[in-house]
Structure formats: structure tokens, C-alpha cells
Unconditional design. Structure first.
Lengths: 408, 261, 295
């Protein structure tokens, strides 16, 4: 017993020792030239969602090889199942006073996770303005300037653009419902053939945001001024609609797929008739990989679907910041964006503005093969809706869990 | 005859779950309701060997060295403790035994969540050593549990005889004690190796994803709806432990791996 | 089993037990204690001591708590009971007909080496609505479409979770039982037979008391493990309610800092529940023994 007390005492001493030390070190952002010079020989640990073999192939194959050859940087992908886990890890590190030597050099992020990082001072920067390749990006574009309503302010650098597309099998359904009201009607007349991933899953969450726009009858209002009362009413209307829908969902809404990929599996197996994705090219990609039948197609709602930008960012305590900056810049290079957009590689839509690219690169983007199920840029851009601010998103996710999932 | 039926039942129920893994890993197209893949292909395996190759090798290496290190430390600490508990009588023995084996029933999740913040402060989080420490919290108790059982049937009089004949202590340990408890050591080692090898959550909490063990790699891939790839990686994951079993079967003979989960 | 106890000097004991005790005390005891500090919000860093039971209160008063603990108990108790019953039959059968069959022994060892994670994936591929079983039934026209296949994954009864645990734990329990049965030999049962006991009686009064302690120990370990395990219910469980470990980790890894101490609190509640139920079961068994009930 005495030895036990001694040990606890020792532990407490350790704790006191490590907490009393302050690590206040002022951060000064590197210039581009400094970054390139320091980056050589560094290893970038890039924490990202690792669930997609196509993304992994692009990162570990193309990017890693080119970064090594061009800048002498070793890129190490750290696949995680949800980037929120990494954000939460940074929060603990901040709490524990770990101000330097952090293992996360780069994160693939956007939306609520970015907002948390930014408001808790978990980020290094501003750094995006020092990247030479940022000139290819139209930063006045609202989805690039604001990430789910949070001003980006160069604390993250854009990587790709996403827009929700509905996925269906043309061999099963010849004319899919073209709007949210039509979809609701379809679900009612085809019970058990539709479901969505349970929020806070990213894709499930965006699905209920479409319903929120529909139920509130407005899109623009939420980007600007609204009252708490407005939000409450619109949110309640959304839950009411979703609750009405619940008995007509797969398994009568008793359970939901945990992720969009589980939903894709259900769709591919013919259990449900629709899937949807944040990635415009995912359906084509899945056809190429033999996971979806050849007859699968995508479409967007007449009233539009939500689009956003995904970013990369550097944590405040990253060990290899210089190399992370160089990587962020390379991600925006025309060649990296072009290879990423190739449906045979990943098929993620470029975040660079084609008009800003040198002519020969612009041409290459135009010549890129388009996947069988991927819509045209024009079709997509004509039907793009903005994201809701993160605050409303959180409100909706929590509300969905309480009212729709748990029925309280 | 009944023995044969029994064998068949056991065989079928044990091997059944491996069937979907094998089939899916070589399936190129396999749409419902086909009973067998409509097209076979090597996409998943080429992903495992090329794109993810270095990551998987890295994961194999990390998992293996973690499990090996944990096992060695567990044995170094657990064999003496097991000897004390199995062989000797002393006041407070029951309590000591209870305390040393309590971690077997308390899940690693409770312990690692408590330690995490302090591991960060002590610079142990996200390090190899830190994860060995966290794995020790459940591997060591299991080792003690097994070794104690071995020593409760052990006769130390031979050691005394050897000593009286002038054998130095190390010779006594390695020439007299070791051969007798060897089967128990192998069981304990396999125990602790497999526990560490398949550990997910505590590695994730303390390792923060940086320590890319195979379970962590596999978990991040299950998120993908890519069943062929998930199946192929799963098979890679089973193989090393299976080989270890084959190797140890030779030593253990019929005694079996009693007590391993 | 242990013979007449031998004495060892204190010096010897410290030497033998010291290192192991230090590790377990520091890491295991320390981990739980530090967890408790965090869950009680004792901020030792600033030197200010303030203890609050708010986090525990939040967890206990959460309307999901009852459902969650019930689900977790249901999963662990059911899988333990199922695995134990099958294991008894299997162990007796093997002891009878295949005691020396190395192949049976080897095959039965295979599940011990397969991580829960992998086996969860394979049962997902087997049992999901579009899984291989569903394909089988559909192929032979027994069900019209995959939606007609009963939901066995992410379902109300946690069928796939139970299947995974039963598959994984049967060999574990069986080997624990076999190690006792092997030393036993057929003699005792034969004695029972000459005394004209029925099969059931022989099992009840001869076999069960002998395998009892091993069976009990194995069941406790299985119960504790399945109660505190994360991966399988996370992968195969329903959206709501979730099992306690899943809930604990979800809170712990929440980006909201306030949820973290709650996660730790749930982790400690899991540890406490396991310890209390095991202690309780031991006390009950002692009590029953005193009353002359043979277990």
C-alpha cells in the first residue's frame, strides 16, 4: 500500500512538472522560398480518411512518387476512419500542452472539423496565400472563400470540389424522381427501397440539409441573417418531414447504414434503389472497379444539390510544416489536379479554375475522359447549392439524432 | 464414425467464414443474386501488393514488432511473478493474485482513455514504447495467469539438486527450470502475441493513428464499400497468426492453446 | 492443484513480483485512477481541487443509458451462455470420440488466432442483406429479393454480433474444459454408470462439478471481454441504441471537449459493471455451495 502511495505521488509530481512548463512559442509563417529550402528531406504525415482505395492509390502512388522526385519530400499517408478523431486528438494535445513536435503534418478536412480547429487555435497559418499555385484557384468563389460558412482566411488550402449527386441504376428505374418533392413521393410509393446514412455521417448529414432547404423554402436566407426562431421552425419542419418518411425507409427506419459506402453496398446488392455521393465521379469509378453495374447513372435535383470544397490544412504543432506547405502547393499544380480528375485514377473534380490555367493544361482537362455515369460540368454547375453554415449543420445533426433517430 | 462426423462439423463451422473472404478477394464482378462471382480478377490483390503494399508491409512490421516486444517483456516480468504466485505461500498472496489478474477482465478501453492525456505529457503517446506499455496492461496479466498454472505443478527440488551439484544460477534457470516450463511459456507467448496482434482500440487511442498496425489499417479500409479489397486485406491479416499457429502446433502437440481467446 | 506451499523470503518475493506489480500498478491502477480524476474534473494541473460528479450524472441521467447498458448486458450474457452451452457439448464429444485427434484440435485452434475484426468482416459478407446466405436463398428461389432476407446485421437482436462472439469464444471455452476433461479420463463416468445413473444425472453430479471451476473461469473471461469490446458492436451494431463501449469511444473522440470526460466516465462505468457483476457471481456461487448446491 505504501509503495502504491509513493507511486501516485511520483505520478502527480510528473504531471505538475509537465504542466507548469509553458510552451508559448510565437508562430511565424514561413515564406515560400524558406519552405522549399527547409522541406527537403522532411517526411509529411498526412492524416486522411483512408476508406477509398482510389484515393489511396492517388496519394501513395502518384503524389508520393512525384513529391520525392521533385522536392525530396517523403509523403506518408496515415489512413484514419474519421478525421474528427484526429481533430479530437489535437484538442487533447493542446490541452496537454504539446506545442511542437506533433505527428500530424497535414490533414484532409473541411466543414465542421475545420471550424473546430480554427476556433480552438489548432491550426498553423495563415499559409495558403504563400502557395504559388493558389493563383490557379478563384478565391472569390464562395465555396473556396468560406468553408461551410466559416471564413477560410488562408488557414487551409483548397484541394478539390465536391457536389452531391444522386445515384441510380437505369436498368431498374428509367426515370428517377427529379426533385425532393418527387423523391418523397417515390419513397412513399416504394416502401423499403430508400435509406440514407445516419448523421453525423458526412453524406447522411448533407442529405438532411437538402430536406432543410426544401422544408424552409429558402436557400439564401441561411447564408445571411436569420433569427433563432426561423431556424427552430425550419428545423422542426425538417424533422417532421423526415419522421413522416421514416416508416417508408429501408427497415422502416429502425436502422440506417453507418456510412455512404455501406449504402453503396446495399444499392449494389439491390436492397435499395438509390445511393448518393459527395463525389461527382464516384459512380463511374465504381463501375470501372466492377462494384456497380454498367447501367448505373447519376443526376442532380432540379432545385440543385449542395456542393462544397475540400481542403488540406496544417496543425499548429506539426513537426514538418515546411514540407506540408510544399505538399499543399503541389496538390494545386495543374498536373496533380489533372491526374486526380482522371476517372481511371480517382475522378475527383479539380478545384483549380480552368480559365486560369496555361492553355495547354486547360486543353488537357477538356480532353480528359469522362466517366460513363458522370454529369457534365455545365449540368453540375447549373444546379449547385451552397453549404449551410456549420452552426446550423451541428444543430440539424443533433436534432436529427434526438427527434428522428430516437423519436423524442 | 461419430468422430468423423464431429470432425466434419467442426471443420465446416470453422472454415465457413473464410469462404466469403477468399471468394470476394478474387471477385472482379459479383452482383446479387449470383452465387459465385461473375468475373474473377486480381484487382484487390494487386491493390494489396502494389498501392497499399508498402503500407501493409509497414503495418505487418509494426504489428509484428509490437507484439513481439510486448510478448518478450510480458515473459520477462510474468515468469518470475508467475513463479512466485504458483510456487510460494506468502501473506497477501490471494490479493496480489487478484490484483495482477484483474486487468484480464477490465477492458483496455477504460485504462487507455485514462492514460492518454498523461501519455501525451510524458511524450509516450504515438510512440512504439508507449503502445508496448499499454499492451502490457493486458498481456502481462494473461502471461502471469498461464505461468502461475504451470508453476503450481512444478517441483523446484530439481533446482536445489542442481545447485547442490554446483550449477550456477543461470544454468539452473536455463537447464533445469526452462525445459520443464517451456510448453507453458509457448502458450503464454502465443497468448500475449495474439492479444497484442489483434488489439485495435487501445492502439488507436494511444497511437493516434501514427502507429499504423494492421488492425488500424484494416479498420480504415472497411470504411470502403470495396468488398474485394477489404477481403484481401483481411486475409493478409490472418496469415501471420495462422503461420505462428502452425509452427507452434509442432511444439504443443495435443496440449493445445488452452486459454487463448 | 498447488501442493504444500513453499516459503520464500521477502527479498525473493520482491525480486520475483516487484517488476510485474510495478507495471500493473502504474499502468493499470494509474490508468484507472487518472481516468477517474479526469471524469471527476480534478484539475491537478492548476493545483485547484474541485470535484464534480456532473459527468457521471450526465451519463446516468441520459435517457439512452438504460438502453445502452441493457443492450451490452444482453450481448455479453447471451453470447457467453450460448458459447458455454455449445462448448460443453463439444468438449464432451471431443473427449469421448476424438480426444487424441490432432486434426480436430488443430482446426479448433484456428479461431483463436483470427482477430475479431476479421471475423466481423467475414460474417458481414455472409449475413448482410446482400450477403452470401441471402444470395444462396435468392438463387434457389426461396426469397424473391434481398429485401425479403431477414435483417441479421445492424438488427434489433444483434444476431451477427452474437454469431461472431460465439464463433470466436467456443474454442476458447472448449480448450479450457478439455484441459480438465483430459486429466479425468472415462473412469469417473464409468463409476457413475455402474451406479446406474442416467446420462443427465451423471453429467449433473459427476462431470459438471469437475468442469465447473474451469467453465466458470472461462465464462467470466468471455463475459468481461464481450462486455468491454468495441470493434464488433461498432461494425455490426444498430444505429441506436449503441453498446456502452461504442458510446464511450464516440464521446471520447468527440471534437467537443466537454464530451470527453463523459467518455472516460462511461469507460469507468464499464470497468465497474464488469467487476461488480463478477464479484456478485462469485459471492452467489459461494453462497450456493454453503447451502449444499453442487456447482
Amino acid at each position: 500500500m505504501i509503495s502504491f502511495l509513493k507511486l501516485t505521488a511520483t505520478i502527480s509530481l510528473f504531471i505538475l512538472f509537465f504542466c507548469s512548463q509553458s510552451f508559448a512559442d510565437e508562430q511565424k509563417t514561413l515564406s515560400w522560398d524558406e519552405a522549399v529550402k527547409t522541406a527537403k528531406g522532411q517526411t509529411v504525415d498526412w492524416y486522411m480518411w483512408g476508406g477509398s482505395p482510389a484515393v489511396n492509390k492517388y496519394v501513395n502512388g502518384f503524389l508520393a512518387k512525384n513529391l520525392r522526385e521533385k522536392y525530396g519530400i517523403t509523403l506518408r499517408q496515415v489512413p484514419v476512419k474519421d478525421i474528427a478523431e484526429v481533430v479530437s486528438k489535437l484538442v487533447v494535445e493542446k490541452q496537454a500542452g504539446k506545442e511542437s513536435g506533433g505527428n500530424v503534418d497535414l490533414m484532409w478536412i473541411n466543414g465542421e472539423n475545420f471550424r473546430t480547429c480554427k476556433s480552438n487555435n489548432l491550426l498553423y497559418g495563415p499559409f495558403a496565400d504563400v502557395l504559388p499555385n493558389i493563383k490557379y484557384v478563384d478565391r472569390t468563389n464562395p465555396t473556396v472563400a468560406n468553408d461551410f460558412g466559416t471564413p477560410v482566411e488562408n488557414m487551409e488550402s483548397p484541394w478539390g470540389s465536391a457536389q452531391v449527386v444522386m445515384i441510380y441504376d437505369s436498368a431498374r428505374i428509367s426515370r428517377p424522381p427529379q426533385s425532393i418533392p418527387a423523391l418523397i413521393e417515390w419513397i412513399h410509393s416504394n416502401p423499403g427501397r430508400f435509406t440514407y446514412p445516419a448523421p453525423p455521417d458526412f453524406t447522411g448529414s448533407v442529405f438532411i440539409r437538402h430536406f432543410f432547404y426544401h422544408a424552409s423554402g429558402s436557400v439564401d436566407k441561411w447564408q445571411g441573417k436569420y433569427t433563432e426562431e426561423d431556424l427552430r421552425q425550419a428545423a422542426d419542419a425538417t424533422y417532421a418531414q423526415l419522421l413522416q418518411l421514416k416508416p417508408f425507409l429501408w427497415q422502416k427506419g429502425a436502422t440506417y447504414p453507418e456510412s455512404p459506402v455501406r449504402m453503396n453496398t446495399l444499392f449494389a446488392d439491390g436492397v435499395i434503389d438509390f445511393s448518393f455521393s459527395y463525389h461527382q465521379g464516384e459512380a463511374s469509378r465504381n463501375i470501372l472497379d466492377g462494384l456497380f453495374p454498367e447501367s448505373v447513372r447519376t443526376y442532380v435535383f432540379e432545385e440543385g444539390t449542395i456542393g462544397n470544397t475540400h481542403f488540406v490544412t496544417i496543425p499548429y504543432n506539426a513537426k514538418d510544416k515546411a514540407a506540408a506547405i510544399v505538399v499543399a502547393n503541389y496538390l494545386l499544380s495543374p498536373e496533380a489536379q489533372l491526374v486526380k480528375a482522371d476517372p481511371g485514377m480517382w475522378g475527383d473534380f479539380p478545384v483549380v479554375n480552368l480559365d486560369r490555367l496555361p492553355k495547354e493544361w486547360h486543353q488537357k482537362f477538356l480532353e480528359l475522359p469522362r466517366g460513363k455515369a458522370t454529369l457534365t460540368d455545365r449540368e453540375l454547375q447549373a444546379h449547385q447549392l451552397p453549404e449551410l453554415p456549420s452552426k446550423i449543420l451541428i444543430h440539424l445533426e443533433k436534432g436529427w439524432q434526438k427527434h428522428v433517430l430516437k423519436g423524442r | 464414425m461419430r468422430g468423423k462426423t464431429l470432425l466434419l462439423c467442426v471443420l465446416v463451422s470453422v472454415t465457413l467464414p473464410f469462404l466469403p473472404l477468399l471468394l470476394w478477394s478474387v471477385a472482379d464482378k459479383w452482383f446479387y443474386p449470383a452465387l459465385f462471382p461473375q468475373a474473377f480478377g486480381t484487382r484487390a490483390w494487386s491493390y494489396v501488393f502494389t498501392t497499399a503494399g508498402s503500407q501493409i508491409l509497414d503495418g505487418l512490421f509494426t504489428s509484428f514488432s509490437l507484439a513481439l516486444m510486448t510478448t518478450i517483456v510480458s515473459l520477462l516480468l510474468g515468469v518470475p511473478a508467475g513463479r512466485a504466485l504458483g510456487l510460494y505461500d506468502f501473506p497477501g498472496k490471494k490479493l496480489t493474485m487478484l490484483f495482477l489478474t484483474l486487468p484480464i477482465i477490465v477492458p483496455p478501453l477504460s485504462v487507455s482513455m485514462g492514460l492518454h492525456l498523461w501519455f501525451i505529457r510524458l511524450e509516450l503517446a504515438e510512440t512504439f514504447f508507449g503502445i508496448v506499455l499499454i499492451h502490457l496492461t493486458f498481456c502481462l496479466p494473461y502471461t502471469i495467469f498461464v505461468i502461475r498454472g504451470v508453476f503450481s505443478n512444478y517441483n523446484p527440488d530439481f533446482e536445489a539438486q542442481a545447485r547442490s551439484l554446483g550449477a550456477p544460477p543461470l544454468t539452473v534457470i536455463f537447464r533445469v527450470m526452462f525445459p520443464v516450463i517451456l510448453p507453458g511459456i509457448i502458450v503464454a507467448a502465443l497468448f500475449s502475441f495474439l492479444l497484442s496482434w489483434s488489439q485495435y482500440l487501445s492502439t488507436l487511442i494511444i497511437g493516434g493513428g501514427k502507429m499504423l498496425t494492421l488492425p488500424i489499417l484494416l479498420f480504415s479500409l472497411i470504411g470502403s464499400g470495396d468488398r474485394p479489397v477489404a477481403a484481401a486485406v483481411s486475409l493478409v491479416f490472418i496469415l501471420p497468426a495462422f503461420l505462428a499457429l502452425l509452427g507452434s502446433a509442432h511444439y504443443l502437440g495435443r496440449t493445445g492453446l488452452k486459454g487463448i481467446r | 492443484m498447488s501442493g504444500p506451499g513453499r516459503k520464500a523470503s521477502l527479498h525473493q518475493l520482491v525480486y520475483l513480483l516487484g517488476p510485474a506489480l510495478t507495471i500493473i500498478l502504474l499502468l493499470f491502477g494509474g490508468g484507472l485512477l487518472l481516468g477517474l480524476f479526469q471524469a471527476l474534473d480534478v484539475s491537478s494541473a492548476t493545483g485547484m481541487k474541485s470535484i464534480t460528479f456532473d459527468h457521471f450524472r450526465t451519463v446516468f441521467t441520459d435517457p439512452d443509458f438504460a438502453g445502452s447498458i441493457a443492450l451490452t448486458l444482453y450481448i455479453s450474457l447471451t453470447s457467453t451462455l450460448l458459447a458455454a452451452s455449445i462448448s460443453i457439448v463439444l468438449a464432451l464429444a471431443i473427449a469421448h470420440w476424438a480426444a487424441n485427434n490432432r486434426i480436430v484440435n488443430f482446426i479448433l485452434q484456428i479461431p483463436l488466432t483470427v482477430p475479431h475484426l476479421v471475423i466481423a468482416i467475414s460474417f458481414l459478407l455472409l449475413l448482410s442483406p446482400g450477403g452470401i446466405f441471402s444470395r444462396f436463398f435468392s438463387f434457389f428461389g426461396m426469397i424473391p429479393s434481398p429485401s425479403a432476407f431477414p435483417l441479421l446485421v445492424n438488427d434489433d437482436y444483434g444476431v451477427s454480433i452474437l454469431v461472431v462472439y460465439v464463433w470466436k469464444e467456443i474454442p476458447f471455452i472448449t480448450f479450457m474444459l478439455l484441459s480438465v476433461l483430459k486429466n479425468l479420463g472415462p473412469e469417473l463416468s464409468e463409476v457413475g454408470a455402474t451406479l446406474n445413473g442416467s446420462r443427465l444425472q451423471r453429467f449433473r453430479y459427476i462431470t459438471l462439478p469437475i468442469i465447473g471451476p474451469s467453465l466458470g473461469a472461462a465464462c467470466l473471461i468471455v463475459f468481461a471481454f464481450t462486455f468491454g469490446a468495441f470493434e464488433v458492436p461498432y461494425l455490426l451494431g444498430k444505429t441506436y441504441p449503441v453498446s456502452l463501449p461504442v458510446w464511450a469511444y464516440k464521446n471520447y473522440s468527440d471534437i467537443d471537449l466537454l464530451a470527453r470526460p463523459e467518455g472516460i466516465a462511461i469507460g469507468l462505468i464499464i470497468a465497474a459493471t464488469i467487476t461488480v457483476s463478477i464479484t456478485l457471481s462469485q459471492v452467489l456461487i459461494q453462497f450456493a455451495r454453503k447451502r449444499g448446491v453442487i456447482i
